[in-house]
Design a protein around this ligand. Structure first.
Ligand SMILES: *[C@@H]1O[C@H](CO)[C@@H](O)[C@H](O)[C@H]1NC(C)=O
Ligand SMILES: *[C@@H]1O[C@H](CO)[C@@H](O)[C@H](O)[C@H]1NC(C)=O
Length: 323
């Protein structure tokens, strides 16, 4: 039940831990001391305990935050359901970092994002957002919408934000990935799609214009099959993490192109997959220059808890798998 205002060199950081103490939600405004109301403020932080029944920030309306502009806004753990269209309209020019992690947001004015001309980081992780619509921003670099019940992603969702470098869409109930989501993202380096229920990566599911992806996280999906050219755009020192999926084989026709992208300094983690480790691995184990086997982590085992894949004896494949 305490609110705290911290002033650092005409930069105001407002920390609100509960309701009360001059910060009255939702009917009234956040009461920012009058002497600061003309300033461009650095950061607003409202950090509440989601389990606290007394917190009452449900909506942010046009006048909730008063006539001030912020560079950073972090509103965490509140009961916030709805952010209205002009909620942060005083910050169109100034807002760089908007973090709305772990609230109950169902409605966010995604259509107003282009007006935030400085926005670089937008985090709406851990809410109840069912659709991202079109994220249109020429400045946005980091987007996190993990832990929302998105279910599907429209192909046009991200194409209007060409500056994105990091995209987090983990635990978002995604079960398919149509081609073309990432084909406009020339600087994409980190992509998280972990904890979804994707079963198959089809042709061109994850493709970027050049080899910029350094970390691709597909852990804990239900992948049984990755089609040839489903993944394109990995850098040669990338980490491709496919832990805890349902992959059984690494057929050359599907996987050669992935391994070629990761060679020579990349890493592919296939631990927690029920790999059968049969002759489908012969192209890896018998490669004359041994280019591909060293890319696989030594946590990757056959049959989940069987022998470590990279330590399998190539002689076995030579004897059993010759054409
Ligand atoms: C908001 O602040 C600006 C700058 O101080 C001022 O010009 C404007 O009139 C204010 N608007 C309202 C509605 O108070
Ligand atoms: C990608 O990054 C480069 C180098 O930082 C930058 O010059 C370029 O504008 C970026 N591309 C986009 C579409 O933002």
């Amino acid at each position: 039940m305490e609110g705290k205002v911290v002033v650092v060199n005409l930069v105001l950081v407002v920390l609100v831990f509960g309701a009360g103490s001059g910060f009255e939600f939702p009917q009234q405004q956040v009461l920012i001391p009058r002497e600061f109301s003309r300033h461009r403020l650095f950061e607003l932080v409202i950090d509440q305990d989601p389990a606290d029944p007394n917190t009452n920030l449900m909506a942010i309306k046009q006048d909730t935050l008063g006539n001030v502009s912020f560079e950073r806004v972090r509103i965490l753990g509140t009961k916030l359901v709805s952010v209205e269209a002009y909620a942060f309209s005083n910050s169109y020019q100034t807002l760089i970092h908007l973090d709305l992690t772990n609230n109950n947001i169902q409605n966010f004015p995604f259509a107003s994002l282009p007006r935030y001309v400085s926005l670089q980081t937008f985090i709406i992780e851990g809410n109840a957002v069912a659709s991202l619509h079109h994220i249109i921003s020429t400045s946005l670099q980091v987007l996190s919408a993990s832990f929302n019940p998105l279910s599907t992603l429209e192909v046009s969702t991200l194409t209007g934000s060409p500056a994105l470098t990091e995209v987090y869409l983990g635990h978002a109930d995604l079960n398919t990935l149509d081609p073309g989501h990432f084909t406009h993202l020339a600087n994409l380096s980190t992509l998280h799609l972990d904890g979804n229920t994707i079963t198959v990566l089809e042709y061109q599911a994850i493709v970027t214009p050049s080899n910029t992806i350094s970390y691709l996280n597909l852990n804990s999906n239900e992948l049984t099959f990755v089609r040839h050219d489903a993944i394109s755009g990995l850098s040669s020192d990338a980490t491709l993490s496919l832990r805890n999926n349902a992959l059984t084989t690494l057929e050359e026709v599907s996987w050669l192109h992935v391994f070629q992208q990761l060679y020579p300094d990349g890493v592919i983690d296939l631990s927690g997959n029920p790999l059968v480790c049969g002759c489908d691995l012969a192209w890896i184990m018998l490669d004359s220059q041994d280019r591909y086997r060293p890319l696989i982590t030594d946590t990757t085992r056959c049959g989940v808890n069987g022998p470590i894949l990279v330590f399998l004896d190539p002689a076995f494949f030579e004897q059993q798998c010759q054409p």
